[in-house]
Design a protein. Structure first.
Length: 534
């Protein structure tokens, strides 16, 4: 009785396969990790037990791959299939000089039943594997199934319908992936951080690339297929620094957040007219992009979309934009010219900040506001014309525009904050006729500013509005101004609140349409410009 139970227990843990023997006779075998036996006549007796006869890890008699002993198998609930659920840790590997592959494949059958799912395996499961083919029986590749399985250089997925989240993530030896038809679900970050992955084909029945699909695949260059993709998730190509060209398929409506961020070799991007939205940081740090044409179908470009694209020289903006969101082109140090569409009402914070090559900007009638630091440090900018639709300028808007020489203000601007600090190229200014306040440091350190017209509507001037920085060459003088042309009379000037007013009293002139008969400093217009009465 004990012998029967022992044999039964052994059979329950054994595996069966149907193989053709050398004589051509068909036999069914049961086997364990040491040997196999013929069970065609009596499966409860070990008849003809023999040790495995291995050649390159495969038993020439029963077909068992000795390396499959390292896998853990679990039968499905229905009992008609198996799942690979992991790997044993106590498996004794043969001498590495003789057997170079630890595991060189995934079995299609186990104990005569198909393997339909692969769950988590581990690093070093595969060693120096040139090509891993996922067999047709496998329908699902689970979460983290092959994550970090270094050694695999090529993967062919033949029939799996579902690929789980991070299923092939962090395989740093992987160079090529071939995806078969029929994949209906691809998990987030499926191939993320495969730093040597160079090429992949995307089947025609693929409709979506989910979040982080190729996140930080730093060697990815060749993407074939994918013409029917309708959705590209955020971070899908984040950090793919070898990618040089991408064509967004027709049908995609949004280029999602950070989709191509850090694609530093990307030289060409084709955006179809199905796209209506470009997401947050979508192309940030794509330093090799030189020219971008955005179709008129796009109505929204989110913050920092092209920030730090240092090679970008020109961009065509879509006509249906109504707002330029914060930092869209900040740090695009090669950008030379931009024409802002007529429908844009607001330029948000830092949109063109540090665009040090921007020499020309066209601001349309209809624009209402320009926010904080929008053109800060645009050091090549020489002139700005603000249409009368502009009613508000944020702080530091043109700060550090050191070559700015000419500013035409909107007469509907009522306040100027620290907008023009360090604008060394300014020599004379005519401030808007409805201005009420000049805030602190508005024109501070404009060291070549000689004359300024201040309208009589001004009631307050902030501290250091026209002061110079106290450097070694300016201790004897706190301003560069030689003339302040005030639009009112001395009584109106007396009402202006300005703590430093007395410091400038000797250079203030008051408006007089006719030549004055009394002593004092007066001015009038000559050819449209303020000039002192002699």
């Amino acid at each position: 009785m004990k012998k029967v139970f022992a044999v039964l227990l052994l059979v329950l843990i054994a595996m069966t396969v149907l193989v053709a023997c050398g004589s051509g006779e068909s036999k069914q075998y049961a086997y364990d990790e040491d040997g196999h036996w013929n069970i065609s006549s009596d499966e409860f007796e070990q008849k003809g037990y023999k040790r495995h006869n291995y050649k390159f890890s495969i038993c020439t008699d029963c077909g068992w791959n000795e390396n499959f002993n390292m896998l853990k198998f679990e039968k499905s609930k229905g009992g008609k299939s198996y799942e690979i659920v992991g790997r044993t840790y106590n498996y004794k590997f043969r001498d590495s000089d003789t057997y170079t592959n630890i595991l060189d494949g995934i079995p299609e059958y186990y104990n005569g039943l198909p393997i339909v799912k692969v769950s988590a395996l581990y690093d070093s499961t595969f060693y120096d594997n040139k090509k891993l083919i996922i067999p047709k029986s496998v329908k699902e590749i689970g979460y983290n199934a092959f994550k970090g399985c270094t050694g695999i250089k090529e993967i062919v997925i033949t029939n799996a319908a579902t690929i789980g989240t991070t299923a092939f993530s962090s395989i740093n030896t992987l160079q090529k992936v071939t995806l078969g038809k029929g994949i209906t679900q691809l998990g987030n970050y499926a191939f993320s951080e495969c730093e040597n992955l160079e090429s992949i084909n995307i089947p025609e029945d693929f409709t979506a690339l989910p979040i982080g699909t190729f996140f930080k695949c730093t060697s990815l260059k060749d993407i074939a297929g994918g013409d029917n993709i309708k959705e590209i998730g955020e971070l899908a190509f984040f950090g793919c620094s070898a990618l040089e060209k991408i064509t967004i398929p027709q049908g995609v409506s949004k280029i999602d957040d950070q989709t191509f961020k850090g694609c530093s070799s990307l030289k060409e991007i084709v955006i179809p007219d199905s796209v209506t939205e470009i997401g947050y940081r979508a192309f940030k740090e794509c330093q090799s992009l030189t020219d971008v044409s955005i179709p008129d179908s796009v109505t929204l470009i989110e913050e920092s979309a092209f920030e730090d694209c240092t090679g970008l020289t020109a961009v065509k903006l879509p006509k249906n934009l109504t707002q330029l969101n914060a930092h869209i082109f900040a740090g695009c140090s090669s950008l030379e010219r931009v024409s802002i569409p007529n429908g844009v009402k607001d330029i948000d914070t830092g949109v063109f900040k540090d665009c040090t090559s921007l020499a020309s900007i066209t601001i349309p009638m209809g624009l209402a506001s320009i926010s904080l630091s929008a053109f800060k440090n645009c050091s090549a900018l020489t002139s700005v014309f603000l249409p009368d639709s502009v009613v508000w300028l944020g702080s530091y808007v043109f700060q550090d525009c050191v070559n700015l020489r000419e500013v035409r203000f909107s007469d509907n601007i009522t306040s100027i904050s620290g907008a023009f600090k360090n604008c060394y190229g300014l020599t004379d200014l005519t401030l808007p006729k409805n201005l009420k306040s000049i805030d602190t440091v508005a024109f501070k350190n404009c060291k070549n500013l000689k004359s300024v017209f201040i309208p009589k509507t001004v009631t307050t001037i902030g501290t250091q509005a026209f002061s110079l920085d106290l450097t070694s060459d300016s201790f004897t003088r706190i301003y560069s101004l030689e003339n302040i042309y005030f639009g009112g009379n001395s009584e109106e000037w007396a009402k202006v609140e300005w703590k430093q007013k007395d410091d400038y009293s000797s250079i203030v002139s008051f408006y007089s349409e006719t030549e004055p008969t009394t002593a004092g400093n007066f001015w009038h217009y000559v050819n449209g410009k303020p000039a002192a009465w002699n």
